[in-house]
Every structure is written in C-alpha cells, then in structure tokens.
Design a protein around this ligand. Structure first.
Ligand code: PMT
Length: 408
C-alpha cells in the first residue's frame, strides 16, 4: 500500500538474474508504483528493454547518448525525483563502479545523481562475491548508507552452489516497502502485535487450538512496518512468513504468549492483540500419549491468564504504553459484547469481529469489523485484512499524537 504513487527507478545491470527483475518490475507496478527502468548495455544482452517497457508502460532508458533522449533530464532528473532506486541485479562490475563514483553508463550516472535511498540486490558468481575487492566495495557502499538485500545462497548460473543468487522479487518488494516506510507516520514508534491462535497441550501429540491463521496479526505487523513502526510480533504457530524488518517471537501456549507480551510491552507505545488466545487449558498435561479406552474421556480445564487484563492493570506502572487495542471475536450480539470487553479490559479500542460470515474473521484474507472506542463506533465495510490493519494504525497514530500533546 505504501508504494502507491511512489516513483521507483529500477536499475538493471547485466547478469542472468536480470530476467527476475521483469517480475520485480511487474510486482512494483501492481503495488501502484510508477516504475522507470534503466538498463546497462550488458543487461540488454539478457532481457530486451521491450519486456520492461510492456510491464511498466513507460519508456526504458539504456543509452545515455541516444539522440531522441533528453540527456540532461534522464540522467539527473530520474534519480532526483525518485522515492527509491533499486538496482537488481547489481553485478560485481556495477557495484565496483558505484563504490568508486563512476558514471560511465546511464545506470551508474543515475545512481550517482540520485538523492533518494538506493537498494542493491547483488547477484554474481560466488567467487566474485567472496573476492576481497567486491567485499570492500560492498562495505564502502553500506557505510555510505546504501541498503543491501542478499545475495542468497543456492544453485548459481555457473553450475556451482553458494552465495550469489539474487534474492527473489517478493522479498525485494518487501524491503522496498520497509525502506519507503521509514518516513511514515509511525516512524520510530515501538509497537507490539500478537497474532495467531494458541495451542494448549493435552499430551505430547494433542492440543486444544482454534482456527486463527495469523493473517490478521501479520497484516497488522506488515502495515505498521510499512509506516515506519518498529514492530515486535508475538505469534502463535503459523505457516506465514515473518514480514521483513519485523522482530518475531514465536510462542505456543497462552502462558507463553502471556510471558512474551509482559516481557515486551513495557518498552512499547502500543499493543494490538489480534491473537486468538485460549481462555481455557487442560488442567493436567499428560506426560505420555493418552490411550484410548472403552469409556468416555472427561477433560478438566482451567483458566489461562488474561493477557490484556494484566497489561491494562500494569500500563500505568510501565509508563510508555499509551494505546491498548483488543479484538473481540463474536458470533452473536457482536457490538454489545465487544463494547462490554472494551470497558471490562480497560482498552482504548476494540475491534469487533463477526466471525460467522464466510468472508470475515478466521483464515480468510478479508475482514468486516466495527471499531469501538469510548468516543463511539465505526462499522467498516468488507476490506482486506491489510486495509483493516491500516485503519487500526490510523487510530493508534492519532492516540499517540494526542498522548504527546496531553503531556505537553
Ligand atoms: O488469524 P486470522 O485467521 O486472520 O483470524 C483473525 C481473528 C479472527 C483471530 C482476529 O480478527 C480476532 O478476532 N482476534 C481475537 C480473537 C479472540 O480471542 O477474541 P476474544 O473475544 O476471545 O478475546 C478478546 C481479546 O482478549 C482479544 O484481543 C484476545 O487477544 C484477548 N485475550 C483473550 C484471552 C486471553 N486469555 N487473554 C487475552 O488477552
């Protein structure tokens, strides 16, 4: 979302990974960015400029001296009006030129004139990567503030196996989102998010769980990261990958989630609890697998700690924690039950979630929620979980600003 309307210069240098940059260009365009591609003469040996032109819908620049190009505009203005320049793949040759301030083609010239952040995605044969010259060049570029992603380990075009593969386009896109977000409206804010469901063990192989996939919480973490937040994500078991730039703490049971939240919350300014935490757990966890018998099995359950309740009780003592957001997964009287939880748990906002609709709540990518605060409530239409996440962060941002003004 934060790439919408942003100007990205995608520099492509001459390596076999150039074909992956076509996918990257396409993803950037789909994310709403305006993408100008600059290729080195070597890059056009691997992928035709027309490929990028078709994907971005914009002219591709290669030749600094092409008679039909306004040289003064293209090599200076491109890098100066961009929000971000991504060089992917960045070959050893291009990296060396960047490190030494050379400007012998349109890509290196654009980079030298650029005033925006630059992200490098190196790709080369592993010995070229390991070469002290390349390593020294990389150290110099990092020291000067260039962002670097990769290279990754894997099978290389040379047939060998090692470090040198260009990182995959989805990861580069995420890193671009992170960098663009550094100037966002949550920049520098320390935010704690919980996600997923907890598992309460019955024996070594069985547990009591719920249907939470973690999607809502992971969307919250990624959205906050995209706006510059420093996010800690306390997550129950899930197959989802941790959003880049987010610190993830994996837990399993409600007790472990409680301990992680109580550990991280004192240093954070806001907590958003989207996790589906078990309210009850087996009173006894059997050491061995429970054997099947002829009779019925009766389980005795006990309460788990109320995480939000405990945080609300201690927030004064912790000081920094200014905003507390809870979720309420309800199957009936959604707004009424959620409002009761808002007051009982001492929250600033509760996100009332009707989990009976097939397109809302557990596992799906969309959600339909009502945001309820003490000031009133707002029913949101069906949205992606990412959009819901941004609405929640809008509330958190306003509350954080208000709390600073309140202290003045
Ligand atoms: O993960 P997904 O598949 O994307 O699904 C998202 C979701 C449906 C799980 C999410 O949108 C949601 O509604 N999360 C809250 C689920 C829940 O446990 O609701 P609750 O009404 O039981 O709990 C109320 C609040 O108290 C929640 O913020 C919960 O995190 C918190 N809680 C609950 C129990 C407990 N022991 N301690 C708590 O702090």
């Amino acid at each position: 979302m934060n790439l919408q309307g942003k100007r990205i210069v995608l520099g492509v240098s001459g390596g076999i990974a150039a074909y992956k940059s076509a996918d990257l260009a396409s993803r950037l365009v789909k994310a709403g960015a305006l993408v100008d591609v600059v290729m080195t003469p070597a890059a056009v040996q691997f992928v035709a400029p027309l490929t990028f032109q078709a994907l971005t819908g914009r002219p591709v620049r290669v030749d600094m001296f092409a008679p039909d190009e306004d040289i003064a505009i293209s090599h200076v203005a491109l890098g100066q009006s961009a929000d971000l320049m991504i060089i992917a793949p960045a070959t050893a040759n291009t990296i060396a030129k960047l490190a030494h301030g050379m400007a012998d083609n349109l890509l290196t010239t654009t980079a030298l004139a650029a005033r925006c952040p630059i992200l490098l995605a190196p790709a080369m044969e592993m010995h070229m990567w390991q070469n002290p010259a390349t390593q020294a060049n990389m150290a110099l570029l990092r020291e000067r503030g260039m962002y670097v992603i990769g290279p990754a380990e894997g099978r290389l075009a040379s047939g060998g196996f090692g470090l040198g593969r260009m990182v995959e386009p989805p990861e580069i896109l995420e890193e671009a989102r992170r960098i663009i977000g550094l100037k966002g409206d949550l920049a520098g804010r320390r935010l704690l998010v919980t996600a997923g469901g907890t598992r309460e063990a019955l024996d070594p192989v069985r547990f009591i769980g719920n249907r939470s996939s973690g999607k809502m919480g992971y969307a919250l973490a990624a959205a906050a990261r995209d706006r510059g937040g420093q996010v800690v994500l306390v997550s129950g078991p899930t197959w989802l990958e941790c959003p880049r730039g987010v610190e993830r703490v994996l837990v399993e049971s409600a007790q472990e989630m409680y301990e992680a939240v109580v550990h991280w919350a004192p240093g954070c300014e806001a907590l958003v609890m989207s996790a589906a935490v078990a309210d009850y757990r087996p009173k006894v966890r059997q050491e061995q697998k429970i054997k099947k018998t002829a009779g019925e099995l009766v389980l005795e359950l006990e309460r788990t700690p109320d995480i939000l309740g405990e945080v609300a009780r201690r927030r004064e003592e912790w000081g920094a924690l200014a905003v507390l957001v809870g979720f309420a997964a309800e199957t009936q009287q959604v707004e009424e039950y959620a409002r009761e939880k808002l007051l009982r748990k001492g929250l600033d906002l509760i996100v009332a979630n009707d989990v009976t609709a097939p397109d809302s709540g557990f596992e799906v990518d969309t959600n339909r929620v009502i945001l309820i605060s003490r000031a009133g409530s707002q029913a949101l239409p069906l949205m992606t979980k990412e959009e819901v996440a941004h609405r929640i962060w809008d509330f958190v941002r306003d509350q954080l600003q208000a709390s600073v003004q309140g202290r003045r």
